[in-house]
Design a protein around this ligand. Structure first.
Ligand code: ZN
Length: 350
């Protein structure tokens, strides 16, 4: 049963990547499959990943593709086999499409699904008025949490939350976050919430300033020896280090900052080469270097609980808002050098 909104709108607007760039255009409203939910998107994030995709994919034969991976909105229609959701429910959309039946999915680690696809890269994304998503890929958004904040929770907040779990951050531990862009900033905030003492390392004074708001000690990555500064602050090295920068020099900085017996978690994809690491150092200092990918539905549900309880405040996470027509310009600004510590949310998808 469709709502008036879904019934009345046979077409919607969305941002698609074509071989010659991004276009805001009329698209058919997707029809939800048997196990799908049609979501009327009320807020969707756009940032560095969308810009990287637009740069990398231009000329790909798999275009056009709706971009965007972060969305929150309202259930507008449900497929015939969907029992868990009702029209009008407030939901956040998880970024990965997963199979639901592989050992990773059935074991509660669906972020590692063997046949996952990322919205906006492998399948059509969410920067559109309506999106059809498997019912299992939605998380309820509590009343009182605005859609612009809610859309960032599954990925921009979920990924660092999952990484801190992988790191094993607890009360009284010392945590270094290398790279405090959008993901790293949330890592600083969440690690502080967990009771950790946090050091933020970044070359950008503005990004460091924002990390300082959450109580982090600040280290300028362009200083002569940032590792030495971190070691002085942490009395020999941190218990846990998150590499949220994902560039080649960040990985060696991250490993240099960890104390003997400590753990380095790589949360940013891309940059860095493990061949740069000295195996002798890893062995003799018993260091662990582990990866972290995305977040599970369980993680995202826990974050919404923290928000609802008022323990987590993400009101400063949305730095800019725009409408669908503004998306190509936001993506252009993020290409090349790009603004860091900026999170733009599209709040008008009509
Ligand atoms: Zn799976």
């Amino acid at each position: 049963m469709a709502t008036d909104a879904a019934r009345g709108a046979m077409t919607t607007r969305g941002v698609r990547l074509h071989t010659d760039g991004l276009r805001v255009e009329e698209l058919p409203v997707p029809r939800p499959g048997t196990h799908d939910v049609l979501v009327a998107v009320r807020a969707a994030g756009v940032g560095g990943l969308e810009a990287a995709l637009a740069t990398a994919a231009a000329g790909s034969p798999d275009l056009p593709l709706v971009i965007g991976r972060e969305a929150a909105g309202v259930v507008a229609d449900t497929g015939g086999a969907v029992d868990d959701w009702r029209i009008g429910d407030r939901v956040a959309v998880l970024p990965d499409r997963v199979c639901g039946v592989c050992p990773m999915c059935t074991g509660g680690r669906e972020n590692l699904c063997v046949s996952r696809g990322l919205a906006g890269i492998d399948v059509d994304g969410v920067l559109s008025g309506f999106v059809a998503v498997d019912a299992d890929r939605l998380v309820p958004v509590p009343h009182g949490i605005g859609f612009p904040v809610a859309c960032l929770v599954p990925d921009a907040v979920g990924a660092p939350y999952h990484a801190l779990k992988r790191a094993g951050v607890g009360d009284g531990s010392t945590v270094v976050v290398v790279g405090v862009g959008a993901v790293g900033l949330h890592a600083v905030q969440l690690a502080t919430l967990a009771g950790a003492e946090v050091v933020a390392v970044d070359p950008d004074p503005q990004a460091l300033q924002r990390a300082g708001v959450w109580g982090a000690h600040l280290v300028d990555a362009t200083a002569t020896d940032p590792v030495r500064s971190v070691r002085e602050l942490t009395e020999g090295g941190a218990d846990r280090v998150l590499d949220a920068a994902g560039d080649p020099s960040a990985l060696t900085t991250a490993v240099g900052c960890v104390a003997p017996g400590g753990r380095v978690v790589l949360v940013a994809g891309g940059g860095g080469d493990l061949r740069d690491l000295d195996a002798h150092t890893l062995v003799t200092r018993e260091l662990e270097v582990v990866g972290s990918y995305g977040a599970t539905a369980q993680d995202v549900g826990e974050l919404f609980d923290l928000l609802e309880e008022g323990r987590l405040d993400l009101t400063s996470s949305v730095t800019h808002t725009t409408d669908l027509d503004g998306v190509p310009e936001v993506v252009r600004r993020h290409q090349g050098e790009g603004p860091r510590a900026v999170r733009t949310v599209v709040t008008d998808l009509s």
